[in-house]
Design a protein around this ligand. Structure first.
Ligand code: NAP
Length: 498
């Protein structure tokens, strides 16, 4: 992971925070919450509030959906090229404002600036990718098999969507939904995570600057997620829910969506296995392991959660990986040289500490770290656990922190069984120099995504998503826009008959 070298001054932070919209975005611009409520946004490196943001009520949620529903028909009628150009301008604007967006993200969720810049680049790419997909929405016209009737198939926008996004990638989780919805011609209500609303609010203003018409996107940060979104999910004007977050909340939202048979996309939790075989290139495997574990400080759904290492390479891998983990510099993300920031809040840090304590009770040995860092903020040391028994509880849970449990296995068969021994199925990683083995694993491990000798798989041009309890639907790739399109079939009488 790279680090920044230019210090960020307190004045620069104040100046930026002074420019971020802190209201709710409705069809007629920014407003306060109807009851005037606000809530604080906290810098997890200091525990101090850095901004206060309007706190949407259920009435504000209803007002947002009113705007989205009113704008839908006109927006669906715009030319695909017009929607593409808005997305392209948004891509240029986000890229031009990388410094602002990266600093905001670091201030509200903690990751080092270099990583925040990486997320800006990744998040922006969805805008560019879907600007290129918008003009390619197409249908088909065919002769029926009996040669008589004609079959016409159209793609239509699904309609008003509700987006609920998490705090760990405050920009990219929003652009991965917003960009394909704009391309398809859907209007949207966005509810960003209460921990990280600032990036979403700043981005929404950039979309307005890019020419997005009023009402196409409304934004409603709130501390009452369930109370504000549940009535929208029951409202027949809403046609789609796309959620990224925990499996626990996702499961509840799927149940709520059943009432009006709402179309859903769910990007949920993961429990990624990271497999290293005896024949792996050690340097590549270690570099991949560091990326897969430590991107976003381990607070990623695709983070390697279980390191499964074959016995013949286990000692060398563990030693080299532990040395790389020791090299992380844990500090506020704005500090030059910081390569790991704080965890997002105290409950997240407590959960990580409990998982480590439980693993030690189950027989694991702490080879590195294993402690919270003193002082303000929610820092936790990069941690390596060895001798982890295959039935340790830590292997069943999404760690969401900088902790790497290492389990040793003997055979490929055993590795596949261990990898699949989870209700999750988002991503798996495997390092081997045997191509056939790699392809066998890609077919046998039950995940939506698979990294072969690669520690990062996310790419806007690829379909991101999981199987089993990791979710439904795909974001990005050619598949991403389908989540926002309905298929409409028109049966036409034989034009030559009669
Ligand atoms: P979370 O607690 O499920 O929250 C996600 C979002 O849902 C937040 O905006 C949250 O609002 C909202 N929410 C919570 N309860 C709700 C309810 N009853 N009704 C409607 N909305 C509700 O997850 P998180 O802790 O923010 O994020 C971490 C999780 O996200 C992890 O499990 C991670 O694996 C998953 N994730 C998955 C992907 C993927 O693509 N598969 C990507 C990133 C993260 P508040 O902020 O107000 O709580």
């Amino acid at each position: 992971m790279t680090s920044e070298t230019t210090p960020v001054t307190a004045e620069r932070e104040r100046e930026l925070l002074g420019r971020v919209p802190t209201g709710l975005l409705f069809g007629d611009g920014w407003s306060a919450a109807e009851d005037g409520a606000t809530f604080p946004v906290v810098d997890p490196a200091t525990g101090q509030a850095i901004a206060h943001v309007a706190d949407a009520s259920p009435a504000d949620g209803a007002r947002a959906l009113d705007a989205a529903a009113a704008a839908q028909e006109g927006w669906a009628a715009t030319a695909p090229r017009e929607r593409a150009e808005i997305l392209r301008r948004a891509f240029e604007l986000v890229t031009a404002r990388t410094d602002d967006l990266a600093l905001l993200m670091t201030l509200e969720m903690g990751k080092p600036l270099a990583e925040s810049r990486g997320e800006v680049a990744y998040g922006a790419e969805f805008l560019r990718w879907f600007s290129e997909e918008a003009p390619r929405i197409s249908g088909r016209y065919a002769t029926a098999p009996d040669g008589a009737n004609r079959l016409m198939v159209l793609k239509r926008p699904v309609g008003p969507c509700l987006f609920i996004t998490p705090w760990n990638f405050p920009l990219a989780m929003a652009t991965r939904k917003i960009a394909p919805a704009i391309a398809a011609g859907c209007t949207m209500v966005l509810k960003p995570a209460a921990l990280t609303p600032l990036t979403a609010l700043y981005f929404a203003e950039l979309l307005r600057e890019a020419g997005l018409p009023d009402g196409v996107l409304t934004v409603i940060p709130t501390t009452r997620a369930g109370a504000v979104t549940a009535p929208l999910i029951r409202d027949p004007r809403l046609r789609k829910l796309s959620f990224t977050g925990s499996t626990e909340v996702g499961r509840r939202l799927i149940a709520d969506s059943a009432e009006q048979v709402l179309r859903v996309s769910m990007e949920l939790g993961g429990n990624a296995p990271f497999l290293v075989f005896d024949d792996a290139d050690l340097d590549r495997a270690v570099a991949g392991a560091v990326l897969a574990k430590m991107r976003n400080g381990g607070e990623a759904c695709v983070a390697a959660n279980r390191f499964l290492v074959q016995r013949g390479i286990a000692e060398r891998f563990t030693q080299a990986f532990t040395e790389r983990m020791r090299g992380f510099r844990v500090a506020r993300g704005t500090e030059p040289g910081s390569t790991m920031g704080p965890l997002v809040d105290e409950p997240t840090r407590t959960k990580v500490a409990e998982l480590v304590a439980g693993a030690v009770e189950d027989g694991a040995r702490v080879a590195l770290g294993g402690r919270a860092v003193d002082g303000p903020g929610y820092f936790y040391e990069p941690t390596v656990l060895t001798d982890v028994p295959a039935d340790a509880r830590i292997l069943d849970e999404e760690i969401f922190g900088p902790v790497a449990p290492i389990v040793v296995f003997d055979t490929e068969e055993e590795a596949v069984t261990l990898a699949n021994a989870t209700p999750f199925g988002l991503v798996a990683f495997a390092f081997t120099s045997d191509l056939n083995r790699g392809l066998r694993l890609a077919e046998r491990i039950e995940t939506g995504m698979f990294g072969l000798n690669a520690g990062v798989v996310s790419n806007p041009a690829a379909p991101f998503g999981g199987v089993k309890q990791s979710g439904l639907g795909r974001e990005g790739g050619f598949e991403g826009i389908d989540e926002y399109l309905e298929t409409r079939y028109v049966g036409i009488a034989d034009p030559f008959a009669g």
